[in-house]
Design a protein around this ligand. Structure first.
Ligand SMILES: Cc1ncc(COP(=O)(O)O)c(C=O)c1O
Length: 366
């Protein structure tokens, strides 16, 4: 694929294209960073939403302390791109991966999650054999029911064991309130998120009462940011996707404070009926599972169905002027699941292409 020249107008970029509005993204990043600063919480946003060390660097320049990664391969890409402080908020298992973890530890300041002695033992043996020390944090299940140690005593006991293992430095705990993102916005959502995070912070208090340090108490997602950020006792915030925003965050998680920075530009390729148009962007281009994509800047056009490479639009009478070859800009359903289908972000300042960011961590699933 020949990449478009910098300076190309958005109206001239070939489609479908994953586009970023730089002004909006920078505003969102600054707002997220400032909210963390005001609440005296370190911002360590997930890079899973962009998988680009260049974007990571931009976010670090805006105040983030490092990156949270969902995969070992993603963390390797971030470290190779110069990110110095990385939390892998996932469980890394198997001798090949543990060997890579040792190599990664040589390159950056790493923190890795554990929720079982089997993971910890493998890290301890590999790190002490390499004469290294790895920071580990315990993932605590605060109600999501995915992974994690039960809060309270089981976590405290595990922390004591970890703190005595060679090659490991026990550094804290994390929890993810991901089961509460889609609650209706308001007092009930605030209370439920604070109650879940209190499970986490009560556990950190118990760890400290047992004489151990618990420097990292990490949590947070874009859909809970507004409430998680004000929860007492939290030290790190993982929310990342808010820098892009999308229809899922806005309409299912009720996130109102940031604007849409990520769009897909598509072309009308067929007009099979007066009230129907087809675009060159289907579910292999943008997510429609979490929410249907939304059309930007035009009334009376709705995305009604996505097949692999076709998107079906329903047109009101007011929108029937749409012609084959016309272009539309769409907000993806879920940004996270959209970005991983693309090789590049085309980032625009106003209408002009300013920078192209490759998604270097894309496909690095191992
Ligand atoms: C462990 C963890 N933390 C945080 C998040 C939130 O990420 P984001 O803010 O990009 O939605 C997720 C999302 O899946 C997650 O799995």
């Amino acid at each position: 694929m020949t990449l478009p020249a910098l300076g190309t107008l958005k109206s001239e970029i070939d489609t479908p294209a994953l586009c970023v509005d730089l002004d909006v993204m920078e505003r969102n990043v600054a707002a997220m960073s400032q909210a963390c600063r005001e609440n005296e919480i370190d911002w360590r946003p997930h890079s899973k939403c962009h998988k680009s060390p260049l974007i990571a660097q931009k976010v670090i320049d805006a105040g983030a302390i490092g990156m949270t990664c969902a995969k070992l391969g993603e963390a390797e890409v971030m470290a190779a791109g110069g990110v110095k402080d990385i939390l892998i908020a996932n469980l890394i298992v198997g001798p090949k991966k543990v060997a890579r973890l040792v190599e990664l530890r040589r390159k950056c300041n790493l923190v890795v999650c554990v929720d079982h002695m089997d993971q910890a033992r493998a890290y301890s043996e590999a790190m002490s054999a390499a004469d290294l020390s790895l920071r580990v944090i315990i993932e605590v299940d605060i109600g999501l029911g995915r992974v994690g140690v039960a809060p309270g005593k089981p976590t405290v006991e595990f922390a004591k064991q970890l703190s005595e293992m060679p090659g490991l430095t026990f550094a804290g705990i994390m929890g993810y309130e991901g089961h509460l993102l889609c609650l209706d916005d308001g007092e009930d959502k605030r209370q439920q998120i604070h109650a879940a995070l209190k499970i986490l912070t009560d556990t950190s208090d118990q760890i400290r009462a047992a004489g151990l340090p618990c420097g990292i108490v990490s949590c947070g997602g874009t859909g809970s940011f507004k409430y998680s950020i004000e929860a007492p006792g939290i030290t790190e915030m993982q929310a990342g996707g808010g820098m892009f925003m999308d229809a899922f965050y806005r309409h299912r998680c009720h996130v109102a404070q940031w604007d849409y920075a990520l769009t897909v530009v598509a072309t009308i390729v067929s007009r099979p009926a007066p009230d129907r148009a087809i675009i060159d962007a289907g579910r292999k281009t943008m997510d429609g599972n979490h929410h249907m994509p939304l059309v930007v800047g035009r009334d009376g056009i709705r995305v009604t169905a996505l097949s692999a490479e076709h998107g079906a639009l329903e047109l009101d009478p007011s929108a029937q002027d749409l012609r084959i070859g016309d272009r539309l800009e769409l907000i993806p359903g879920y940004s996270d699941m959209t970005c991983v289908m693309h090789n590049h972000f085309f980032a625009f300042r106003g209408d002009k292409l300013e920078v192209i960011w490759p998604l270097e961590g894309r496909g690095r699933l191992q």
